[in-house]
Write a protein that binds this ligand. Structure first.
Ligand code: FAD
Length: 347
């Protein structure tokens, strides 16, 4: 027994925090999740595309009510006419309905989680977490406050992508459910077109804003070259994606850092949901075991090497912008299909 209010306080009710909360809930721990937002799943923070292989490997949900689209075919292109098309003949990826996905994690995945919304954390010191109105104490603190948090290591601007997406009215495509275009107009990132529903699509861009460019302007300029992605806008969202090297250290005394706070993002695809879910889960399992070092060990042996593979590939891909990505695509074209599926399908 300790004199603290909780076994663990989780700061942030995004994917990492909710995944951690689910483990603590299942294991009967006394915990609370604090988040400044007003509603779970709002604002939308993600396109929601994930690899089915990884969803199953790390135990993410795949319930039909949270899935907008299934991906069985994808096309990687450059705006210099290089492309690789892949039809897998089966589902290899999912596109979550992000709001429903986070709501599901918060109240159905492991039962109803103990979450306090409208609560901005202003300080963390030892076992004490301070909010605008209260203080809370806990044995462990799980840090899940997202990209560029004041409580984490900040990345330099040239390692953070800005991302912007519009959901647009558009008929379903009968060729690909996912198209990525690499272009020097989007350095370090890409333009995307994902299926959402039968009559809408998710169209977006992410890139390093090296010259301070605005993502909406970049997207609108690009669609003049590829009018097939045009459509009437239904809603928009924008946020940052950390694309720096995954951190080496993820625990500090009683604090366990997760998700975007430790750059658990696959640099090649800028996908961070899987890394956030996995790190949240492992951090909470370590809390359950009473040994936070277990999380650092998992990070060192499995999670960080997985992220580093993508980090190194991304650096190679972007050495000379779209030109080098085009070259890699040409190289990939001569790969046997089995290898292509392994390399691109498992991303
Ligand atoms: C436009 C866009 C598209 C993307 N598309 C994909 C995709 O298709 N697939 C994919 O895998 N990844 C995608 N990503 C990346 C992915 O969304 C993130 O990596 C992931 O959401 C990170 O989860 P997280 O839990 O670490 O952080 P977040 O989801 O950012 O959660 C952090 C939470 O902490 C709360 N918080 C922050 N500070 C405080 C505070 N002081 N007090 C209280 N609460 C606080 C925030 O309100 C927030 O709810 C995309 C990102 C963007 C921006």
């Amino acid at each position: 027994m300790t004199d603290f209010d909780y076994d663990a306080i989780i700061i942030g009710a995004g994917t990492a925090g909710l995944s951690a909360g689910a483990v603590l809930e299942k294991n009967g721990k006394n915990y609370i999740i604090l988040d400044k937002k007003k509603e779970i799943g709002v604002p939308v923070r993600s396109t929601g595309a994930v690899s089915l292989e990884w969803v199953r490997r790390i135990g993410m949900p795949e319930n039909p009510e949270i899935i907008d689209a299934e991906i069985s075919s994808m096309s990687f292109r450059t705006d210099r006419n290089a492309r690789i098309d892949m039809n897998f003949g089966k589902t290899v990826g999912l596109v979550y309905n992000f709001t429903n996905y986070e709501k599901f994690l918060s109240n159905k995945f492991a039962g109803k989680l103990n979450i306090k919304l409208n609560t901005r954390v202003t300080g963390v010191s030892g076992n004490v977490v301070t909010t605008e109105n209260e203080t809370y104490t806990a044995t462990h603190i799980i840090m899940a406050a997202g990209p560029q948090s004041t409580f984490g290591k900040k990345l330099p601007k040239n390692e953070v992508l800005v991302a912007y997406e519009e959901i647009r009215k558009a008929p379903a495509r009968d060729d690909f459910q996912m198209i990525l275009w690499f272009s020097d107009d989007a350095p370090g990132g890409y333009f995307w077109d994902f299926s959402e529903s039968g009559n809408s699509r998710k169209i977006g861009v992410c890139f390093y804003p090296l010259k301070g460019e605005q993502p909406k302007e970049i997207l609108y300029k690009f669609q003049e070259k590829f009018p097939e992605i045009k459509g009437e806008m239904i809603s928009t969202m924008a946020h940052q994606i950390p694309l720096g090297m995954p951190l080496e250290t993820v625990i500090e005394e009683n604090r366990l850092y997760t998700g975007d706070m430790v750059n658990a993002v696959l640099n090649t695809t800028a996908g961070g949901l899987q890394g956030a879910f996995w790190t949240g889960k492992e951090a909470a399992l370590a809390v359950v075991s009473g040994n936070p070092k277990q999380y650092q060990a998992k990070w060192d042996s499995e999670i960080r090497p997985w992220l580093m593979k993508h980090h190194n590939l991304h650096r190679r891909m972007n050495r000379n912008g779209a030109k080098s990505i085009g070259r890699l695509m040409t190289l990939a074209k001569v790969m046997p299909m089995s290898m292509k599926k392994k390399v691109f399908g498992g991303l």
